[in-house]
Design a protein around this ligand. Structure first.
Ligand code: ISE
Length: 340
């Protein structure tokens, strides 16, 4: 499961924003792995991405990379609707997989993936919910678990994107963006999501015509914790993901701007982020390093697995229904021992 130097040979599928970012990451910052293949049907994009990873071959389809025995593991970074056609041949070849979120766009396709994965000896898929690898999220989870400030009562989040691409449609407010809170909040709070509701404040006139946003997503957890998330797709000024947790005896905050503080022209400023690849750069690095280490030591997954991805898909379905109004219950499912 490695090249002559003992490195894991990773095939990165997709050479868009995330694919290119992961290729640079593996080539420059991750130890024990190399990008051996870039799988991308657009040859121009494939060549540009492969230039970031010396020695990487390019393939139009994952099946071709597998047939050429060019990869030991696969990192999937194409949009969610294209995950299943890559997951299936990669699972059939018994390859370990790091799959960007969402696992698949809906629970029916996610269930098909689970069924196929369960024909293997153990989970092979890790899902790329990178917030779980962010140091501040981990510290907040520890604080919640310790009950040092008493029980957790509420979680209040903001998730602001300066703008979104033209391919971003209304339901993606939930399936592409709030999907992160849908994964990370139950992980933080140790409790599943019971219901989801969406409220619409005054619409941002700068939002693209097809989007009604911002939205306020309200989730109730099984343990009674209430969560609200402001999701903005057209915040204009920058990229901001921040959380405040309210406890019985205090509050905690993560995601505040940090770094260079500047006083000029009678103003005080701290640089904020433009996009998720910088805001979560360290979390992505940690996630990919831990996945590479897990594959090399044989445990294959060190983080959210396909079952977690499926549970998130169920909650996203409720979230998408909630865009039409009402308080929508989330379907529950019992984790099979295979995913314990
Ligand atoms: C994007 O796909 C991501 O995953 C980002 O983390 C999220 O903030 C953004 O809203 C999504 O479009």
């Amino acid at each position: 499961m490695e090249n002559a130097q003992g490195d894991l040979r990773v095939g990165v599928v997709g050479a868009g924003i995330m694919g290119a970012d992961h290729i640079s990451r593996i080539a420059r910052r991750i130890s024990g792995a190399v990008v051996s293949a870039v799988v991308e049907p657009d040859q121009r994009k494939a060549d540009a991405a492969a230039a970031r990873a010396p020695g990487a071959a390019t393939f139009a389809r994952i099946e071709d990379a597998i047939a050429a025995d060019a990869v030991d593991a696969v990192l999937i970074a194409v949009p969610g609707q294209f995950h299943e056609p890559v997951l299936v041949p990669a699972l059939e070849a018994r390859l370990p997989i790091l799959c960007e979120k969402p696992l698949t766009p809906d629970s029916t396709s996610a269930r098909r993936v689970l069924e196929l994965e369960q024909t293997l000896d153990r989970p092979h898929i890790q899902v790329g919910f990178m917030r779980r690898f962010d140091a501040e999220y981990s510290a907040l989870r520890e604080l919640i678990r310790s009950e040092e400030a008493g029980a957790l009562l509420m979680v209040r989040g903001v998730h602001r994107n300066p703008s979104v691409p033209e391919s971003y449609m209304g339901s993606m407010m939930i399936t592409d963006s709030v999907v992160h809170e849908i994964d990370v909040v139950p992980w933080l709070a140790g409790s599943a999501i019971k219901t989801i509701e969406v409220k619409y404040p005054r619409r941002n006139s700068l939002a693209p015509e097809r989007l009604r946003e911002p939205i306020l997503v309200i989730m109730e957890l099984e343990n009674g914790v209430l969560v609200d998330v402001e999701m903005s797709a057209s915040a204009q000024f920058g990229y901001q993901v921040a959380t405040e947790a309210v406890f019985e005896r205090g509050v905690a905050r993560i995601g505040q701007p940090s770094g260079l503080q500047q006083w000029t022209d009678g103003r005080f400023s701290i640089r904020d982020h433009d996009t998720y690849t910088t805001r979560f750069a360290t979390a992505y690095d940690t996630q990919v390093q831990r996945w590479v280490d897990a594959v090399r030591n044989g445990s294959l997954v060190d983080g959210p697995n396909a079952w977690d991805g499926f549970v998130v898909a169920l909650a996203c379905e409720a979230g998408v229904r909630a865009l039409e109004g009402g308080v929508v219950p989330v379907d529950t499912a019992v984790r099979p021992p295979f995913y314990a």
